[in-house]
Design a protein around this ligand. Sequence first.
Ligand code: ADP
Length: 474
Amino acid sequence: MSKKRLLFAASEVYPFAKTGGLADVAHALPKALTERFDVDVVMPLYQSIDREQYAIRPIGEKFEVSMGNAAYEVQLFGCTYQEVRYRFVYSPLLCEREFLYGPPHSGYEDNALRFGIFNYALLAMMQMSEYAIAHLNDWQCALVALLLHERPEIHTRTLFTIHNLAYQGTFPSEILSDLGIDEKYFTMEGIEFYGQVSFMKAAIAYADAVTTVSPTYAKEILTEEFGCGLEGFLRAHRKKLVGILNGIDTEHFSPQNDTVLLTPYSDLKGKRINKSDYLKSVSLKGINKPLFVFIGRFTGQKGMQILIDTLPKLAGLECNVAILGEGEESYREEVEKLAHAHRNVYFHFGYDEVQSHRMYAAADFLLMPSLFEPCGLNQLIAFAYGAVPIVHHVGGLIDSVKRFEKFDPDAKNGFGIAFERPSERACLHAMAKAMDLYQDKKLYNAIVKHNMNCDFSWTESAKVYADLYDTLSR
Ligand code: ADP
């Protein structure tokens, strides 16, 4: 029997373009699905993507998509990477930009049109070939679910994944006609959101199934605290909402095979060599002191204020701290000041995949004081590289990080240090626990070894997605 065809759409996919965890998921999940489905991963062909490096070539003739009263020229491109088939949508308005979504802290003003074109191009692909399922990720491809509602002749079923409810794609209502969307959809049951147009709502309303990236986040987003204004709407659609925990690509995030490490490793001895190399490279001293790292976007969500508030006290302990991230300028200034004031704090502002891998390899502890966390991948990567995560117990961090106080070497889960309240005090308490745990070498080493041997791959969760696709397209 031939495999069902799956169109997997996302606005960023590693290694072509990445600003966060979505790109990792859109790279690794389709890879894990190819055994059961015939997959096309589709994304925009941003100007930053190196066409030569990945042998990305045009496919077929250029065509036009009509949206509102305008027509936009589209060319599809393709390549195969790590045995997965990729399709790229090229249209000048969508792709010819310095950034994917806009300069730091702001989106491009015409993002509704840009991603509108992406959605219409996806629809055109579904008209050209028959797909059993379209898996749509985040607001940038959410309109497809609504557009398909108007095209009963296309039998593709849709699954929409919320990777982060804080980014909903809301735009002024005037955009409706430019997007070619009938006024009848501009209602509370449709895409109207406090007088604006919400891309995210289009998919929650019209997709056949909605998933989010962890079971706990699936429950949290039904509450006022985490629902970002959509809690009531999500509650109305809760029957089709399910939380499926993300995994990581264990080939890419593998300390044994990681080519960017000076010494790939599979045990604590090898990890110590990486720690020593890394400390030297950033002029930090003290191989026997615990190294705490933070890697992530500098936004409120990631608990930046807690990090900034606790950093002076953490730096006062016998430890080293290394921070890598980019984002809001005010956070950058604060962290920069603190790094200047403390010799045992290193800070690199920017996005640097290679450096991030070296930091996971060197770290004894990974800091994740996130205020909310749909799933979080950093803690899974940290487990794989033998760094113990210190997390605010929220969202996917509850599902993936078990408390080290209940360490059970036979458990399937990874263990770390968890705190319940997103406060400076609770985080400091967790940091103090980390210092103590580090002294208890027997327990610390047992936890690290256990975590490194757990399975954080996509194998289990990909099966859940595949079963869901099958159910939808039966
Ligand atoms: P997000 O909310 O940003 O998507 P996730 O935890 O889901 O957070 O995924 C973050 C991914 O981005 C991880 O692979 C992490 O290592 C990576 N990452 C975040 N910031 C940086 C950075 N400044 N440089 C390199 N990699 C980064």
